[in-house]
Design a protein around this ligand. Structure first.
Ligand code: GLN
Length: 495
């Protein structure tokens, strides 16, 4: 699209309008957007077109639109994080990632649906209703960033921004046949991102190809003085790595703990083929052991709620957000207003985690739960360090199953948590991870993702390995996997 804009094949206004037209027809079925900013996107597009007509210098992606997960603050555009607590809130400032998109002159199409405060793996916990998977509208697109993945899969945006605290970019990518990358912790600024668990949260690209992911990563990444955890040193560039086609000499480790039981047969089968594909491309593949990955989920569900309970304390109905007066009390105290507002403003999953986190941090339990979980976190980081002495990247299936039905796991929190069994270790250790489509499961025809993990700051390695696999598989399939999405293709006739 960027190339076609430079060549004058179409204008940015036409490109944005084409997306808006398609959103109008398809998004009522997918519900990937919480808010579409048609006017803002068209105005940004026209400004790019005018500068191009006047031969003004423009950044490489100028005029290519983008969608943004509703977890990022956008000045002038409503931002809710999928919560009733923030309904109608319009941030007075841009998150750094959003500011960088605007500097890159990329029109922002709108804000995408998500599980409330990014807690979930299906986008069913959104206060505004679920997103539907473009492959099969009766199924979830994964979560929490199901909106970003679905709008990209359904061609309702060329690409999108996501956030990944335990898998919310990678797992939806796997379930929608798209690419999703979680950069190294600190690689992309978190300034202006509505915090879930600050030591785990990371922003990254949701795209249709590995090259697109690297291009978008390059636009949003890099040091930001507004984020105290932002990496300062130079990191290897990612865009060049995405043109890798030969993996001769690359050492790839298959994580033993993430390739055994508990994965759907069709997921296992496509994963095994992807590993064979890596060998065919010249990689030296071996098995490596990361024994503490088995307790990663347990540690995560103590660390995440602990940090979330602290981060979400800011929604006190006093400074901003929805305020509810308790019924039948004439002059309620601040505490009563807070209680009533939180009761009405937060969904069940958010309440569950606030209670769990508050409990885990309370005196007398702190050492037994939070302290213990932090020790496990260190052991997981050591597992990664040991593995990366033996190999350059690690691989696993991204998610244990393909897209599940809407409502299937909604009532059982632990079943929902298990979706992130393979993605959580990377967040605990701060290392980068990417999911790339590797085919469809035989039992349901739904997409399967391969996860590629690399050492911290070596994000280029995950782009190189996944790009080589993507190129080989796309050639074998005779075209991109997304072309086979039945629900999506059916709707194509309508546009
Ligand atoms: N599904 C995980 C959770 O519910 C991950 C969420 C995320 O990455 N934001 O915590």
């Amino acid at each position: 699209m960027a190339t076609a804009l430079v060549a004058g094949e179409f204008t940015s206004e036409e490109l944005v309008q084409a997306h808006l037209d398609r959103i109008e027809v398809i998004d009522p079925l997918v519900h990937g957007y919480l808010h579409v900013d048609a006017e803002g996107a068209l105005a940004a597009a026209r400004a790019v077109d005018a500068d191009r007509a006047a031969d003004e210098p423009l950044p490489p992606m100028a005029g290519v639109p983008v969608a943004v997960k509703d977890v990022a603050c956008t000045a002038g555009i409503p931002t809710t994080a999928g919560s009733a607590m923030l309904e109608g809130w319009v941030p007075p400032y841009d998150a750094t990632v959003v500011a960088r998109l605007r500097e890159a002159r990329m029109p922002i199409l709108g804000k995408t649906n998500m599980d409330e405060f990014a807690m979930g793996s299906s986008t069913e916990h959104s206060a505004y209703g679920p997103t539907h998977n473009p492959w099969d509208l009766t199924r979830t697109p994964g979560g929490s960033g199901g909106g970003s993945a679905a709008v990209v899969a359904a061609y309702l945006a060329p690409w999108a921004i996501g956030s990944d605290t335990g898998g919310s970019i990678r797992q939806p990518a796997a379930l929608t046949g798209t690419v999703g990358a979680k950069p190294t912790y600190g690689g992309v600024s978190r300034y202006g991102i509505i915090a879930l668990a600050s030591s785990l949260d990371q922003i990254g690209p949701c795209t249709r190809t590995v090259t697109d992911a690297a291009l978008l990563h390059a636009v949003i990444g890099g040091h930001d003085p507004m984020d105290s955890t932002s990496i300062e040193g130079p990191v290897p560039p990612v865009v060049g790595a995405a043109s890798t086609r030969d993996l001769t000499g690359t050492r790839v480790g298959v994580v033993r703990q993430l390739s055994g039981d508990g994965f759907q047969p069709g997921v296992r089968a496509r994963f095994d083929e992807a590993v064979q594909c890596l060998r065919d491309l010249g990689a030296d593949v071996r098995e490596v052991s990361c024994p503490h990955f088995e307790v990663a989920m347990a540690a995560y569900y103590l660390i995440l709620p602990s940090e979330a309970s602290s981060n979400l304390a800011r929604y006190d109905a006093m400074r901003y957000g929805s305020r509810q007066g308790p019924e039948g009390i004439a002059a309620p105290s601040a505490e009563q207003v807070m209680g009533a507002s939180r009761d009405a403003g937060f969904g069940d999953e958010v309440k569950r985690r606030i209670i769990l986190g508050t409990y885990a941090l309370s005196s007398g339990y702190y050492d037994a739960y939070y302290g213990q979980a932090q020790k496990v976190r260190t052991l997981i980081a050591q597992d990664f360090a040991g593995a990366f002495e033996e190999v350059d990247v690690l691989v696993s299936p991204t998610a244990p199953t393909t897209a599940f039905g809407l409502g299937e796991n909604e009532e059982d929190p632990v079943a929902m948590y298990l979706n992130d069994i393979a993605t959580i270790p990377a967040n605990l250790a701060g290392v980068p991870g990417l999911s790339v489509p590797v085919g469809q499961a035989d039992e349901d025809g739904l997409p399967v993702g391969l996860q590629v993990l690399a050492p911290a700051t070596q994000d280029d390695r995950m782009y190189a390995v996944s790009a080589a696999v993507e190129a080989a598989l796309t050639q074998a399939w005779g075209g991109p996997l997304l072309d086979r999405a039945p629900a999506l293709n059916q709707r194509e006739e309508l546009t």
